[in-house]
Design a protein around this ligand. Structure first.
Ligand SMILES: Nc1nc2c(ncn2[C@@H]2O[C@H](COP(=O)(O)OP(=O)(O)OP(=O)(O)O)[C@@H](O)[C@H]2O)c(=O)[nH]1
Ligand SMILES: [Mg+2]
Length: 459
């Protein structure tokens, strides 16, 4: 082994093939889980799957598969009967407040003879607290379900105060019921809320602390959102386009291409958590604002949707939604369906919407043809192709010009601020001055025109 590179913690994937799920669907779901794991920095060393009518209540899979799983992790492969063993002392460290992949354990060499030792098990299903605990006891590894993995990525990628608060609220909400049912405070590391003692009183204390903390964070978030709410209302006067879609589809790449902004583009899942708003370049008069939004994913934990609601509402408030799809991903149909479902959930399914099949540069002629006939209304493009960028920009500009009407406005000298407003929300074709005031010839939407006239009639 090279000494310079720090090895990644190793993980094994666990998935159950439920009735109605094809082999391909199962594998594609596990592929996605593997990508989520890689985003967290773990190396995937194997997959254990089982076809079952439902998840085994005790430990997701049956006894035989549990032993297979332990072959990767070095555990006993058996769920011990009786009370959970006492917690290992955590080397005098304070409990980590984050759901983190514990590298030191993942790198352990506990399994004599095991070729690859995985310290982490990623499960492609929502786990009950007892399933998680049993799996941990049988495998000796850290067990994370899909929601926990997504939450950990969000936690790692959150930059702004707003995003950090949203993630923290989601994480506490995710953990609260688990805390309730473990019966002795948290017995899994990584959650680290409240006391460690066993018994009802400690549990009560933990629960209250979590509730209080969530309330506190919500209040803080509400204050921030009130402010960004006013920012949004101000933007409400302008033309806005929201880029929405599945994570890694290329939203931020389009944001960069359309606006020249330096937003982060990365080949990882959930690179973007904060909404960024920038003007379309070259600038139009009035300006068209483009916003880049948080990506979506299959089985996005409900707590995250709830807590990122206001961020997602940025998309709902757009005059036009550009739904970016990774056309080179074999799972694009599922990704489209998931995106549309979330848009419907947040009430964003009423706005005009275009579908952009992105990454067309990765497709051969045959695939392009197939997609074009399958999604006849979509645009097949690449964020990397300047011609495609110019074409989409032109379509966006045309969209906002569509219902424009021309009008003449006389702005008295006492109300010159309306001239500024006209430049902000309309295209000013001519400006002349006479003794009565400023005469503007404008082209604007009927709504913008009505606003300007109201401003002229008002005090
Ligand atoms: N080949 C190719 N790659 C692209 C294209 N658009 C984006 N990518 C790549 O796809 C990856 C994801 O792009 P992003 O723009 O960060 O995707 P996103 O939708 O913002 O993703 P999240 O913020 O994580 O939800 C990056 O590695 C990009 O370079 C494209 O048109 N062609
Ligand atoms: Mg992004």
């Amino acid at each position: 082994m090279k000494q310079t590179t720090r090895p990644h913690p190793r993980a094994v994937l666990l998935g159950v093939q439920l009735p109605g799920v094809s082999d391909a669907e199962l594998q594609s779901s596990l592929d996605e889980l593997a990508r989520l794991g890689k985003t967290l920095g773990v190396e995937i060393v194997g997959r254990v799957t089982q076809r079952r009518p439902r998840l085994a209540p005790a430990a997701v899979v049956g006894e035989g598969k549990l032993r297979d799983l332990a072959g990767y992790t070095g555990g006993t492969g058996v769920v011990p009967s009786g009370a959970p063993r006492a917690k290992r002392p955590s080397a005098g460290r304070e409990p980590e407040p984050e759901l983190e992949v514990r590298e030191e354990e993942a790198l352990g060499t506990g399994a004599p003879g095991a070729a690859v030792h995985a310290g982490v098990v990623l499960v492609d299903h929502e786990l009950s607290p007892s399933q998680a605990r049993n799996l941990e006891r049988a495998t000796g590894a850290q067990v994370l379900d899909r929601s926990a993995v997504i939450l950990a990525i969000f936690q790692r990628h959150a930059r702004s105060r707003e995003a950090r608060l949203q993630v923290e609220i989601a994480r506490l909400s995710y953990e609260a019921p688990r805390l309730r049912q473990t019966g002795g405070g948290r017995d899994r590391e990584g959650g680290g809320i409240g006391g460690r003692g066993a018994g009802e009183s400690a549990l009560e204390l933990d629960r209250r602390k979590v509730r209080d903390r969530i309330a506190e964070l919500r209040a803080e978030l509400a204050a921030i959102e009130r402010e960004s709410g006013t920012r949004r209302t101000r933007r409400g006067e302008q033309n806005t386009v929201a880029l929405v879609g599945y994570t890694n589809a290329g939203k931020s790449s389009w944001m960069r291409a359309l606006t020249g902004s330096g937003v982060l583009v990365a080949d990882e899942l959930f690179a973007t958590l904060d909404t960024t708003v920038r003007a379309l370049r070259p600038e139009t008069a009035p300006r068209i604002l483009v916003s880049d939004t948080v990506g979506l994913i299959k089985k996005l934990p409900h707590d995250l949707v709830a807590s990122f609601r206001s961020t997602l509402e940025e998309a709902r408030d757009g005059d036009l939604l550009v739904h970016v799809v990774d056309a080179s991903d074999p799972a694009l149909a599922t990704q489209i369906a998931v995106t549309l479902a979330v848009l419907a959930e947040i009430g964003a399914d009423q706005s005009p919407r275009w579908m952009v099949l992105n990454k067309a540069d990765r497709l051969d002629a045959e695939a392009r043809e197939r997609l074009a006939s399958q999604w006849p209304d979509a645009l097949l493009v690449s964020a990397r192709d300047p011609q495609d960028v110019a074409a989409l920009r032109a379509r966006i500009v045309a969209f906002f010009q569509r219902d424009r009407v021309e009008a003449e406005l006389l702005v008295p000298y006492a109300k010159q601020r309306v001239v500024g407003e006209a430049y902000a929300c309309a295209q000013v074709l001519a400006e002349t001055h006479d003794e009565q005031g400023t005469r503007l010839r404008v082209r604007a939407t009927p709504q913008a025109l009505a606003r300007l006239r109201a401003a002229l009639d008002g005090p």
